[in-house]
Design a protein around this ligand. Structure first.
Ligand code: NAD
Ligand code: TYD
Length: 340
C-alpha cells in the first residue's frame, strides 16, 4: 500500500483531496503536512483524524529541518503539494509571504524528494500563471503551451514555482508533474473567496461586494473533479508534463453571484459594486483536451449541481464558517472592504 504526503491538506482543496484519497484508495496512508495559517483549519480534518490511515503533522514547508525529518520518519511514494498562500487580494496587500511559501517552500519539497530517492512530486498549480484572456475572444483558451504571463504577485509566485519544478526535472531528473486548474468551488472553501463569501454574506443579509463591473469571467470546477484529476495525474501522468484541468464552465462574476442569491432566495439588491481589484484578470478559460485524451479525465459535476451542493453544505455547516467569520477574519474584512 502506498504512502502519500499531502501538503496544505488543512485548506480547501487539500482537505477535499485527503477525503477523496481516503475514500478512493482504502488502505493507503495519507500524511498531511500543514502550517495551519489563517486558511488552514483542523476542524476540517476532524473526520479524517478518526481514520488510522491518516496522520496530521503541523509544520511549515519552508522549514527544511521539519520537512527532512518527516521524510526520515516516513517513506513516501508520492508528494502532492497544495500548500500555498492562495488569495490574490492578500498577495496585492503583502506579496512577501507568497514568494516565501509558494516558491521557497516548493524548493524545499523538491530538494527533499531528490534527497530521499527521487520521490514522485506533483505540483498543484493554477491557470492564473497564463495571465488572462480578452472578453471579446471566446474562441481563445489556455492550453499547456500558452506562454506564462502573470498579473498578480500570487500568480507570479505560482509561475515561479512551476519554473523551478520543470528546472528540477531537466537538471536533476526529478520525477515531477504539474497541474494547472481553473477556479474551484465546493465544501470547506475559505469565505474570503468569491463563492463562499457571497453565500455567507447573503445568509447574514450583508452586502455582496462585486469588483468593477462584475463582467470578469472565471471557469468554475467542482472541487471533487479537481481531486480526481490530480489522482489520475499522480497515478498515470507522464513525468515532466503539465496538465490543464477545467470543465468549460465559464461564468461572469455577476452570473455567479445572482445564482447564489437565487439559490438562497435572497434579493439582488444585496449586490454592491465596489472598486475593482488592481490588475484584475478579465477571463480565464481552460482547454482540457490533453488530460481528457491522455488520461480519460472528465468533469462529473455541472455548475448547477455543484452550486446546489455547495450552498447546501454552507447551510448545513454554519458552525464551521461562522467561527471563521467571527475571528481574525473580521479585521481582514474591514481592511479589504471598508470604504472600497
Ligand atoms: P487554501 O488557502 O484554502 O489552503 C492552503 C493551505 O496551505 C492551508 O491549509 C494553509 O494552512 C497551508 N499552508 C500555507 N502556507 C503553508 C506553509 N508554509 N507550510 C505548510 N502549509 C501551508 O488554498 P486552496 O484554495 O486549497 O489551494 C490549494 C492549492 O491549489 C494552492 O497551491 C493553489 O495555488 C492551488 N489552486 C487553487 C485554486 C482555487 O480555486 N482555490 C485553483 C487552482 C489552483
Ligand atoms: P477569487 O475567488 O478571489 O478567485 P481568483 O481571483 O483567484 O479568480 O475571485 C473570483 C472572482 O471574483 C475574481 O474575478 C474577483 C471577484 N471577486 C469579487 O468580485 N468580489 C469579491 O469580494 C471577491 C473575493 C472576488
Amino acid at each position: 500500500m502506498k504512502t502519500y504526503l499531502v501538503t496544505g491538506g488543512a485548506g480547501f482543496i487539500g482537505s477535499n483531496f485527503v477525503y477523496y484519497m481516503l475514500k478512493e484508495h482504502p488502505g493507503a496512508r495519507i500524511i498531511c503536512l500543514d502550517k495551519l495559517t489563517y486558511a488552514g483549519n483542523l476542524e476540517t480534518l476532524e473526520e479524517a483524524m478518526k481514520n488510522p490511515d491518516f496522520r496530521f503533522v503541523k509544520g511549515d514547508i519552508t522549514d527544511r529541518k521539519v520537512v527532512y525529518s518527516l521524510f526520515e520518519e516516513e517513506t513516501f511514494d508520492a508528494v502532492i503539494n497544495f500548500a500555498a498562500e492562495s488569495h490574490v487580494d492578500r498577495s496585492i496587500d503583502e506579496p512577501e509571504i507568497f514568494l516565501k511559501t509558494n516558491i521557497l517552500g516548493t524548493q524545499v519539497l523538491l530538494d527533499a524528494c531528490r534527497k530521499y530517492g527521487n520521490i514522485r512530486f506533483h505540483q498543484v498549480s493554477t491557470d492564473e500563471v497564463y495571465g488572462d484572456l480578452p472578453l471579446d475572444r471566446p474562441d481563445l483558451f489556455f492550453t499547456e503551451s500558452t506562454p506564462i504571463h502573470t498579473s498578480s504577485p500570487y500568480s507570479a509566485s505560482k509561475a515561479s514555482a512551476d519554473l523551478l519544478v520543470m528546472a528540477y526535472h531537466r537538471t536533476y531528473g526529478s520525477a515531477v508533474t504539474i497541474s494547472r486548474c481553473s477556479n474551484n468551488y465546493g465544501p470547506y472553501h475559505f469565505p474570503e473567496k468569491l463563492i463562499p463569501l457571497m453565500i455567507t454574506n447573503a445568509l447574514f443579509d450583508k452586502a455582496l461586494p462585486v469588483y468593477g463591473d462584475g463582467a470578469n469571467v472565471r471557469d468554475w470546477l467542482y472541487v471533487e473533479d479537481h481531486c480526481k484529476a490530480i489522482d489520475m495525474i499522480v497515478e498515470n501522468g507522464k513525468i515532466g508534463e503539465v496538465y490543464n484541468i477545467g470543465g468549460h464552465n465559464e461564468k461572469t462574476n455577476l452570473e455567479v453571484v445572482k445564482t447564489v442569491l437565487r439559490k438562497l432566495a435572497k434579493p439582488e439588491s444585496l449586490i454592491q459594486f465596489v472598486k475593482d481589484r488592481p490588475g484584475h484578470d478579465r477571463r480565464y478559460a481552460i482547454d482540457p483536451t490533453k488530460i481528457k485524451n491522455e488520461l480519460g479525465w472528465f468533469p462529473e459535476t455541472d455548475f448547477e449541481t455543484g452550486i446546489e451542493k455547495t450552498v447546501k453544505w454552507y447551510l448545513e455547516n454554519r458552525e464551521w464558517w461562522e467561527k471563521i467569520k467571527s475571528g481574525e477574519y473580521t479585521a481582514y474584512y474591514e481592511k479589504m472592504y471598508k470604504n472600497r
